[in-house]
Ligand binder design. Sequence first.
Ligand SMILES: [Cu+2]
Length: 542
Amino acid sequence: MWTRRNVLKSLAAGGGMLAMPATIQEALGAPEPDVEIFLTATEWEAPILSGRATPVWTYRGKVVKGHARSVQPIPGSYLGPIIRVRKGQRVRLVLENGLDEATNIHWHGLHVPDDMDGHPRHTAAPGKRFVYEFEIKDRAGTYFFHPHPHGRTGKQVYFGLAGLFLVSDEEEQAAKLPSDEYDVPLILQDRSFNGRNGLVFLSDEGAGGGGMMGGGMMGGGMMGGGMMDMMTRMMGFLGDRILVNGRPDATLSVATRPYRLRLLNASNARIFKLAWDDESPLTVIGTDGGLLEAPVRRSYVTLAPGERLELWADFSRYGLGTELTMRSLAFAGDMAMGGGMMGGGMMGGGMMGMMMGNQSLPNGAAFPVFKVRVARSEKAPATLPQRLSTIVRYRPEDAVNYRRPRVFNITMGMMEWGINGRRFEMEGVAEDEIVRLNTSEIWEFTNDASMGMMGMMAHPMHIHGLQFRILERSVSPSLAEARNSVSAGYVDEGWKDEVFLMPGERARVLVAFKDFPGLFPYHCHMLEHGDTGLMRNYRVRA
Ligand SMILES: [Cu+2]
């Protein structure tokens, strides 16, 4: 059956073709896309530190059809581009794989058909293409895109592949939020560098062919690279340099007026607990799936890998020349060591620190993230809207399993992560992972997985293909203290595609399966955890 999608797929598999010829489109009766964008994944040398440029991977974006502003590069950065589309548009995104390994793109947070979602079973081989085509069904929000090939997501994101996917709509426009240069994306990541300004990752994984980025640094010392790599894969990679939009020591020069700050944590495993150093509260206006109904205030916000938060930041009350710092505050790090050994400090040194891989800046350590300098005086009429959007709520009572939530336990087997004791299987799905199209369900994620003497870890759980609501949370009393060191920074009010769980924590979320039957992943967004088994499929059956 020559459905349009099959034709697109076979064209993608064949490669070499620039775009779908209009004649075939017309023959198939398919609507022409409103926006068509080419994204080439390729090697590049990025100016990051002073001195030598850093070999990275990056996406080159090009608008083939649509507004020139649909693709906006982040100048000088390996990150990006920023893709801007509107709700209701049909988009075609052609990925060209200029790397020497298979890759694909997952449209994180978007509600798209299963074969357009960047499932690891759909990749483009080196030199080949994959054509993504879908309608933007999601509300305005800060979504993002990154590779998702199984076992290699962590590596490909780490070496530079990630961009923002910003959707706008009429409701958002009506809120009259700061726009253009006052709408600032801030992509937070941690990285480690060797003495030649090369990115350090696992000792056997460099970007590009010649091992130019091999992480020789990490293999040294008392333990061989193999053991260190194994630990890093289990724990998640943590770098010791904080980059914002791909640059260290970032400073944002602002005017005395309100800004919309869009935060994305695109780190592999770094958790942020963000606060201004003058202790002024943060005004949150949006989460993973777009604007909240009304702004909420927090003294700090918790941001796990893959999560997004939008802030309303008004600098009008600061004098010219004021400098503010966004910091990540200390918290009980994710190596919650069973008993009293919690806290980042413990993990910095000693044998245990060695075993944890690169832990010179453990999760839970405090550090500056970026600076803001109030540099210009400007009057802006913008005031914070008390009503930002309307959220159409599903009712938990309407869930088909209201009385008996579907439970997903994060598990640790023979030093291997899993969900309900199972590892990821490319096309595998268990009986208890099958749901019905046009139903809603309550899913419960529980984080009781212990690595024995190495303790427990935090896990941000991500579900592909939809946005959900977080209904309730609880925590084991013995682990409440660690959880409470971050939980005041949770923003569970809006639409979410991830739910962050500290050790001993469980959360119930309300999910609805609409429009698209098929096979979708759900997994931990600590990228090394997902790559090593903390991922499964769920099937939406029509
Ligand atoms: Cu995890």
